[in-house]
Design a protein around this ligand. Structure first.
Ligand SMILES: CC(=O)SCCNC(=O)CCNC(=O)[C@H](O)C(C)(C)COP(=O)(O)OP(=O)(O)OC[C@H]1O[C@@H](n2cnc3c(N)ncnc32)[C@H](O)[C@@H]1OP(=O)(O)O
Ligand SMILES: CC(C)C(=O)C(=O)O
Ligand SMILES: [Mg+2]
Length: 573
């Protein structure tokens, strides 16, 4: 197979490759995620620190309440030593009775510097459950460029930091606080694995994890620099090699620099991680942290409970947009304006068939569509489950086909057009979208449909308007029909006979010189109850043309006569 790509002028010599992990008996590729991990939202820390205008206390509070409402039990609420705003925010939620539910742990981040650690621990006084999260970068470039220090010096920063956290927690926090500890070897993804392990072990030697004394070891992809598979290999390696593993909560913190943070988080879970840190809608430094909404919804779409409530995704999004002063992209998974919308014909056709099949399957089993497995093509989840309506599912433009248009008519107007009529009407819409470009709204589709097939009260047209019709059947089964109508503007009484009302009407129309032959006829009720309307569809050959007509009436005979008139009027239009 030929590949005609040519070398580019890009300066590729500037970049090295990431290290692969020698782990030939890796197990993660065969694993599945069958339960939700522990989640930590870092919207108020990693998310907040990357905003042009960090959240005001009021915005922070809105975001915090939203996260609690959704069900997050671990929330990183800030970097209290960064300044008064974060410190005061942490104090405000601790001091306000009931602001932090008893089962929610708040967490705060600090560098491994004594003055910062003291201030950080101080911010947590009186908290019910709190974790201090300490980090220092461990990767070679950071050792050389940022800290200008050896491996041992870097390990010592982590060890000393851990000891200081414990000392200040002992001094400043009372017994009312269930105190936890988290350590992150920042830039884990570029750190030599043996060194990352060495630092984590040294930190554990200080913290002494054991029964009822876990340690959270968070291995951040501070800058995402490898494929998700290598990220997973690194997690599996740490998972296998860490001592005291049963007391370690192994946590992933993927960033999205290569656009694969979600995959990296999922593969890390398959490789042994217990917990994921991220932000709603992928907010965070540079390209963002891993998107907690996508991760949670990915689980949901596989029938795994994310243990987070996404049922009103638009409310979550509105709060997020207000707090971050940013907008969610229209293509953002599960939430963007366009993600449950299909414009293209073959997609719309499949979606319509999918909805129809769901209804039929549910009816056959005597249950509702919500009781059976979701199986609508092109829609990975039921939009209703996140509070979206079906209205936007199908939108029509020049890329659309009959299925989409038929879906709009069925969904909005309860008209289930026969297949050949769908084709006929879609050509009419196609001509309009080709001529005018852009999207045609459901309202416009309906206006075109009414004008084309139904007596349009705003713009009446056509040779014939039926007023009343009466048929009688004699003992031989011959129907005689009398129709009061306006023909070419004059009131007229038409009569005819045949083996049913439709053929009797055709007979009457022959008297006007109209040659009609029936090709197909279908009808259905549009609603239930006393005021139920019926829709009749008729396909006729009229003076050499093949055309559809539709009639809507509470009486099925009148509906069929109107359908004939619709087709006849169209033939003469
Ligand atoms: C990957 C991440 O997201 S990490 C979190 C990053 N978030 C933030 O930084 C937001 C909050 N930070 C801040 O407000 C400020 O950085 C402060 C108040 C904490 C500290 O400010 P400053 O005292 O001015 O220090 P600055 O931020 O410039 O830090 C640089 C110094 O800290 C050292 N340092 C950086 N990280 C760490 C660490 N984790 N532990 C110990 N020392 C560290 C650097 O080597 C440098 O030291 P040097 O001055 O001796 O060269
Ligand atoms: C502080 C750490 C966990 C971090 O945000 C990162 O490394 O990305
Ligand atoms: Mg981060």
């Amino acid at each position: 197979m030929a590949n005609r790509q040519q070398p580019s002028p890009m300066p590729i010599h500037k970049y090295g490759r990431y290290e692969q992990v020698d782990i030939p008996d890796r197990t993660w590729p065969g694993k599945r995620i069958t339960a939700a991990p522990r989640w930590l939202s870092t919207d108020l820390r990693d998310g907040n620190q990357s905003l042009i205008d960090p959240m005001s206390p009021e915005r922070k509070r809105r975001m915090f309440d939203q996260l609690v409402k959704m069900g997050y039990k671990e929330i990183e609420v800030g970097f209290p030593a960064s300044g008064q705003t974060d410190f005061d925010f942490v104090r405000s939620i601790i001091e306000e009775e009931g602001a932090i539910p008893d089962d929610v742990t708040i967490s705060v981040l600090t560098q491994a510097r004594e003055d910062l650690i003291e201030r950080t621990v101080e911010s947590l006084k009186g908290a019910r459950r709190a974790t201090v999260h300490l980090y220092n970068a461990t990767a070679p470039v950071f050792r050389r460029v940022v800290f200008r220090a050896s491996r041992d010096d870097i390990k010592q920063i982590a060890v000393d930091g851990t000891r200081l956290v414990m000392e200040y927690a002992g001094k400043l926090l009372g017994p009312e606080t269930e105190f936890g500890y988290q350590y992150s070897p920042e830039i884990f993804t570029d750190t030599e694995l043996d060194f990352a392990l060495e630092v984590c072990e040294a930190v554990m030697d200080v913290w002494q994890p054991g029964p009822d004394r876990e340690i959270i070891l968070n291995l951040p992809a501070t800058v995402e620099r490898s494929t998700p598979s290598t990220h997973a290999d690194r997690f599996e390696w740490m998972h296998r090699n860490l001592s005291r593993r049963e007391y370690v909560c192994l946590s992933a913190h993927p960033h999205n620099d290569r656009g694969t943070a979600v995959a990296a988080a999922e593969l890390a879970l398959m490789a042994g991680a217990d917990r994921v840190e991220g932000c709603l809608f992928g907010q965070g430094e540079r390209t963002g942290n891993v998107d907690l909404v996508t991760l949670g919804m990915n689980l949901f779409s596989q029938g795994v409970d994310p243990q987070i409530d996404f049922s009103d995704i638009d409310e979550i999004r509105r709060t997020w947009e207000y707090c971050n002063q940013m907008e969610v992209h229209p293509r953002h998974p599960y939430v963007g304006d366009l993600v449950y919308t299909s414009f293209s014909g073959s997609h719309q056709d499949a979606i319509k068939k999918g909805f129809d099949a769901m209804e039929a399957d549910a009816a056959a089993r005597g249950v509702t569509v919500d009781d059976i497995e979701w199986a609508v093509p092109y829609l990975p989840i039921d939009p209703k489950d996140v509070g979206r309506s079906y209205e936007a599912v199908i939108r029509v433009n020049s890329q659309s086909g009959k299925g989409g248009i038929a879906y709009v008519l069925k969904n909005d107007h309860k008209l289930d057009l026969p297949r050949r009529m769908q084709i006929e009407f879609s050509r009419i819409i196609q001509a309009k979208t080709d001529a005018e470009g852009g999207e045609i709204t459901p309202k416009d589709i309906w206006a075109v449909f009414q004008d084309e097939y139904l007596p349009n009260p705003d713009n009446p047209w056509g040779r014939i308007q039926v007023k009343t019709g009466q048929s009688t059947t004699d003992t031989d089964g011959v129907d005689t029909l009398t129709v009061e109508a306006t023909v070419d503007g004059r009131d007229t009484v038409l009569t005819g006979s045949g083996n049913g009302p439709i053929s009797a009407f055709f007979d009457a129309l022959h008297a006007l010189g109209i040659d009609v032959r029936l090709l197909d006829y279908q009808e259905h009720t549009m609603s239930e109850g006393a005021s139920a309307q019926a829709a009749s569809y008729i396909e006729c050959a009229i003076d050499g043309q093949v055309l559809w007509g539709i009639g809507i009436d509470a009486n099925t005979t009148r509906a069929s006569l109107k359908a004939v008139v619709s087709a006849v009027n169209r033939a003469a239009r």
